[in-house]
Each structure stands twice: as structure tokens, then as C-alpha cells.
Design a protein around this ligand. Structure first.
Ligand SMILES: Cc1cc2nc3c(=O)[nH]c(=O)nc-3n(C[C@H](O)[C@H](O)[C@H](O)COP(=O)(O)OP(=O)(O)OC[C@H]3O[C@@H](n4cnc5c(N)ncnc54)[C@H](O)[C@@H]3O)c2cc1C
Length: 293
């Protein structure tokens, strides 16, 4: 298994993304078996780890998506911005002229050459890029092909002291939780001094019976007494990721009609980098169509 892991790592890290995008496509489970991994290694490592990445636990995700995500993990470092993942759109917006971005301005629909705002106003637009989640995109662009969505719930516990003094993601071979991590070990900004913030994700809706099972699983995984931990909040995100079984299209155009475009993780790999890549493609197509550079 270690030799297979090294071979997989070398291949995915070095292969250009376009080679992976056009490689033969299977489920991730088949791709891992073909790559020479034993069934116990797949069950004990890949299945629990990837269930937290793809929010499904049968390894049915497209092998192309798996190889692209694996490639990103090998070539970059997993990270958590000190002030939350919103730092990414903030950094992008900071480069734009003042007043370009309006926040808290929901769109209710599209009209010919215009965007209809929920407050009743209309914004004329030569090009409209719908960059919402899949459900809202399908409402604005009738007939758009959108994938099923995966739901995830995350429990945030406050512990009086860190149960693990390392910035690592723990996965659960018993698959009671998707993964758990002491966020304040990754970024100390996430908890006041003298306490620790632990984030634990489970698949699907946040349900009451799940709560005690989660705390019991955490006690075992961290090897500590969790009775003194306080549940700060539990959040359920319904459209957390698209389901990405094969065949999963990765090279579709963003154009959906004259002056209309769509982008987002549901048009690429379900991930931040997939959403960014899809947005970059939409930008290239808009520029091409408007005759810009
Ligand atoms: C708990 C959790 C953990 C995750 N962890 C990771 C991770 O570690 N690494 C990773 O790569 N990915 C992770 N993901 C996935 C990642 O967050 C998504 O793939 C990514 O955010 C998708 O970006 P997007 O731009 O396509 O859509 P979104 O980020 O969903 O953005 C769509 C935006 O459209 C806005 N919108 C919706 N409707 C309207 C409307 N009518 N008018 C105006 N605006 C509207 C929404 O408010 C939202 O801001 C995680 C997801 C969750 C839920």
C-alpha cells in the first residue's frame, strides 16, 4: 500500500490537470483498486478520509474528481485562513474598484439584458454570470442541468483545553463522524486563550440523537473526557457540495444563452479551487464574447 501511495502521489502531483480531466473515468473505489491498494487500506484510510472530502461514504465519486483533488492536496498545503474562508472572496474583492461589489443584495431573477433585484430594482447588464449554488442557479436559468447536492452538519465544541496539541484532521474508521479537528491548533485566532475550539462534521442533517453519539465518538477519538465540552453551535449546510458520480463533466462551457453564464463548484470539482477554476473559465468566456482581452 505504501508503494501504491507513492506511485499515486507521484502520478497525480506531476500530471497536468488537463491529462487528469481526460483520463478514463471510473468510481474512486475502482480507481483505488486499479492503483493497487488493498481493500483494508481503502477501508481504513481512503474511505473515512474521502467521505469528509466528498461527503459520501461509498467512494462513488468520479475518479477524475478524486485525482484532481488529490493533486491539489499534494501540490498545495491544506490551510485555514485566520479570519475564516471569507478571506478568499475578500482578497479578490479588494483588488476591484470601490463600489464594484454590493453585498446583501439578493437577485430575484433575470430579464432580457438585466438582473432583477429582490428590492424591485433592475440592473442593466450586457453579461450576467450566475455564481450562486446549484439550486438558485437552476431557478434563475430554467433548464440548467444541476447535480444532486450533499448535506453536511458541523458541531463546534468549546473545550477547556486542547485535546490534541497538533493541527491535524482526525478521521474515524468506524465512520461515526466524517472528521474532527482542533481548529484553534490550526489557527489560534479561533479561540480565546485558555480554551480550544473543536469542529466535527457528520453527514446529513444535524439531528438531536446525533449529538450524544458525536460526543461519545470524540471522547474515544481524542482519548479524553468530553463531558466538560460545551456545544457552541451546530450548523447544517444543505447545498454543501455537488454529488459527483461518473460521468462527471469537467470541461463544460459556462455559456447558457446570449449574455448569460453560470459558474460555481457544481460546474467543476466540488471544492474552493473547483469554484475558482469555474469562475476563471466564465471570466474568459465573457471577455471573449464581449471582445475584451
Ligand atoms: C462545512 C463545509 C466545509 C468545507 N470545506 C472545504 C474545504 O476544506 N476545502 C474546499 O476546497 N472546499 C470545502 N467546502 C466546499 C466549498 O465551500 C464549496 O465548494 C465552495 O464554497 C463553492 O463555491 P461557490 O462559489 O461555487 O458557491 P458558494 O460558496 O455557495 O457561493 C454562492 C454565493 O451565492 C450567493 N447567492 C445565492 N443565491 C443568491 C441570490 N439569489 N442572489 C445573490 N446571491 C446569491 C450565496 O449567498 C453565496 O454567497 C466545504 C463546504 C462546507 C459546507
Amino acid at each position: 500500500d505504501l508503494a501504491a501511495l507513492a506511485a499515486l502521489g507521484a502520478r497525480d502531483a506531476l500530471a497536468p490537470a488537463r491529462t487528469i480531466k481526460h483520463a478514463p473515468e471510473y468510481t474512486t473505489r475502482t480507481a483505488l483498486a486499479d492503483a493497487g491498494f488493498s481493500e483494508p487500506f481503502v477501508e481504513d484510510f481512503f474511505r473515512p478520509f474521502l467521505s469528509g472530502v466528498f461527503l459520501e461514504d461509498t467512494l462513488e465519486t468520479s475518479s477524475r474528481v478524486f485525482h484532481l483533488v488529490w493533486r491539489s492536496m499534494l501540490r498545495g498545503a491544506l490551510c485555514l485562513p485566520a479570519f475564516g474562508v471569507q478571506s478568499v472572496p475578500r482578497a479578490l474583492a479588494a483588488a476591484l474598484p470601490e463600489g464594484t461589489v454590493r453585498l446583501g443584495a439578493p437577485v430575484s431573477g433575470l430579464a432580457d439584458g438585466a438582473v432583477l433585484m429582490a428590492d424591485g430594482t433592475e440592473l442593466p447588464a450586457r453579461a450576467v454570470v450566475v455564481a450562486t449554488g446549484a439550486g438558485a442557479a437552476a431557478r434563475m436559468l430554467p433548464g440548467l442541468d444541476v447535480p444532486a447536492q450533499r448535506t453536511v452538519s458541523t458541531y463546534y465544541h468549546v473545550a477547556p483545553r486542547s485535546p490534541l496539541r497538533q493541527p491535524v484532521l482526525l478521521v474515524d474508521t468506524h465512520r461515526r463522524v466524517l472528521n474532527t479537528c482542533v481548529l484553534s491548533e490550526v489557527a489560534p485566532e479561533y479561540a480565546p486563550r485558555g480554551s480550544a475550539l473543536v469542529a466535527t462534521s457528520v453527514p446529513g442533517d444535524d439531528t438531536e440523537p446525533g449529538r450524544s453519539a458525536v460526543v461519545t465518538a470524540l471522547a474515544e477519538m481524542y482519548g479524553t473526557d468530553t463531558t466538560g465540552w460545551d456545544l457552541l453551535v451546530a450548523r447544517t449546510i444543505e447545498d454543501a457540495l455537488p454529488a459527483m458520480p461518473p460521468p462527471w463533466p469537467l470541461t463544460r462551457t459556462c455559456r447558457t444563452g446570449k449574455g448569460r453564464y453560470v459558474c460555481g463548484d457544481h460546474r467543476g470539482t466540488g471544492s474552493v479551487q473547483g469554484a475558482l477554476a469555474s469562475g476563471a473559465r466564465a471570466a474568459r468566456e465573457v471577455l471573449e464574447d464581449l471582445g475584451g482581452k
